[in-house]
Ligand binder design. Sequence first.
Ligand code: 6PG
Length: 481
Amino acid sequence: AQANIGVVGLAAMGASLARNLAHKGNTVAVYNRHYSRTETLIDKHGDEGKFVPAKTLEEFVASLTKPRTAIIMVKAGEPTDDMINALADLMEPGDIIVDCGNAYYKDTMRREKAIRARGLHFVGCGVSGGEEGALKGPSMMPGGTKESWKTLGPILESISAKAEGEPCVTHIGSDGAGHFVKMVHNGIEYSDMQLIAESYDLMRRGLGMEPSEIGDLFEEWNKTELNSYLIEITAEVLHHVDKKTGKPFIDVVLDHAGMKGTGTWTVQTALSLGVPVTGIAEAVFARGLSSQTELRAEAAKQGLEGPSEVVPMPLEERQAFINDIREALYASKIVAYAQGFNEISEAAKEYGWDIDLAAVARIWRGGCIIRAQFLNRISEAFESGEANVSLLFAPYFKDAVETVQRSWRRVISRAISFGIPMPVFSSSLAYYDGLRSKRLPAALIQGQRDLFGAHTYQRVDEPGVFHTLWTEEGQEEIKQS
Ligand code: 6PG
């Protein structure tokens, strides 16, 4: 045995992780179900570091030093379960199996329990940053036992991205905590992407701007508080010209947004935890609507009426409006993060995870898809305890939203008058307004529920549970407890 770590599954992500591990001085055992992939990796990249190719899983396990540590990067679902079991059958107590795929956190909890019962460690580890991240330094979110972190921590720290010199990896919490946090990362990613897309739509259809012009703007915005990977790549996509037609690339791409499910999980989970992640939910639904092709084709046939799209604006007003969009984007983005962190903290209570939210913000500063300058401020807000209840209450973010909220409101009302949908912009503002409302119309809902179903209500002036005898004359109120 000579390899201190192994990688199973050598498709794009697995191969990149294996190479990254080798670049950092690890001796990496590699195994793939079809040996040809292993051969390709060794042929192309074998000289980049120390690899130990294995033809069989038995050979692979035998080549690992103890405690044996194997990262699996295979298809989600059954293939992952099969590989975990096959490895566990060959391994010994104390060994560590790490699943770096985008697994559903409940699957991770189930697997961790089963593997722990066999005396081995199972670590569900979220990895963000795509193929390039996996190769050059991803942001990593491992769960599992503290004991497994002792072996795994230094290895992951060596390959992760670095933000201001700090590795973008931390032990998130026990069992499924790592995959949970990765799931919410993706939810925020959906929200952030949709917000950028809505900003683009408003400038394209509302102001009649060209893609490259909007790309230039995003480049400028990337020098502001919006500085982030997603803004950076948006500029690149908007500047890209289609080779075949010479048209802007964005105009030749079908407008049906795909999704693999992590955004949906984030929202489903939030619903069951009772956490309103409205921006993330609208972002998932917006992808859903974009892909309802038959319905949209029918809507086009029906010619549903709306305001005409381009409303010419004097130059100065236009500049001011563009500035409003940037500020509205920032405010909505703060809401997306506030909601995402809220979901993580509620889940931590529910599952007994000890999650350091400041550390989560810190490891998202580099390597991952949502990496952004303002995560520095977010981590400070959690470190100081100011964001404990909500990120929106930390003075830095409270001030930021207060400063831009006029712009935020102007953008949304303009968008409504233009007839351009802004689901995440508007739901984020509605969340903020709901949160700050001293009284919500929920009182009316309680009244309706009590009237039609005797569902009871509470009073503002007296403790206890009440029901009104609505059908009786005089409509007497009775206290039930
Ligand atoms: C990441 C990404 C990644 C995700 C893709 C595609 O953090 O590297 O979140 O994990 O799988 O971005 O996701 P969708 O297909 O759902 O858009």
